[in-house]
Design a protein around this ligand. Structure first.
Ligand code: MN
Length: 205
């Protein structure tokens, strides 16, 4: 879809549905203010350029060839739009364990579920300042854990580790501070209670 045609996706559940892990207050601000803001600033930033008729994914892949102001809009606000659109979908109020097939895939990639959890938590805790922890599928089909700063993501040309995000975790303070204050570790621990593994498996394809 063209960047100019993107619209803000609704949350796939009520604003209060992820309580007590994430409060209604955070979800409301996070979706209605932050996510909506990224989309508005993205579309404003690309207006009048040929990037408006590109897909976000194509624009991410060729950031360095774009006009610098447009590239900034795509990287910061396009990243913010894409990342949050994924984030809402990989959370759920109706938690189910990963399927047998997904568990095998996780074991194959990370040795065990516990080891996966340990590495993903380390990635989330290791983000200095604002950013995201990711599980990606790389070109070879392997699952990898990585992290990015700010609203960057692994589809971007500048990403150190590239691939398709299948699970993303927002560790900006706006994602948890109202509920957890400075305790990012508690937020990350609790996120494991609301991961939508069915969606993650769909994202892996
Ligand atoms: Mn956020």
């Amino acid at each position: 879809m063209n960047i100019s045609d993107l619209t803000l996706p609704d949350l796939p559940y009520d604003y209060s549905a992820l309580e007590p892990v994430i409060s209604q207050k955070i979800m409301t601000l996070h979706h209605d203010k932050h996510h909506a803001g990224y989309l508005a600033k993205l579309q404003d930033g690309v207006k009048g350029s040929d990037v408006a008729s590109m897909s976000l994914e194509d624009a991410f892949a060729k950031l360095s060839s774009l006009d610098s102001a447009v590239a900034k809009a795509v990287q910061n606000n396009g990243g913010g739009f894409y990342n949050h659109s994924l984030f809402w979908k990989v959370l759920t109020p109706n938690y189910k364990e990963p399927s047998v097939a997904l568990m095998e895939k996780l074991n194959e990639s990370f040795q065990s579920f516990e080891e996966f959890k340990k590495q993903f938590t380390a990635a989330a805790m290791g983000v200095f300042g604002s950013g995201w922890a990711w599980v990606i599928k790389d070109n070879s089909g392997a699952l990898k854990i990585t992290s990015t700063a700010n609203q960057d993501n692994p589809l971007m040309e500048n990403a150190a580790v590239k691939g398709t995000p299948v699970l993303g975790l927002d560790v900006w303070e706006h994602a948890y501070y109202i509920d957890y204050e400075n305790r990012r570790n508690e937020y990350v621990e609790n996120i494991f209670k609301i991961i939508n593994w069915e969606q993650v498996e769909t994202n892996i394809g």
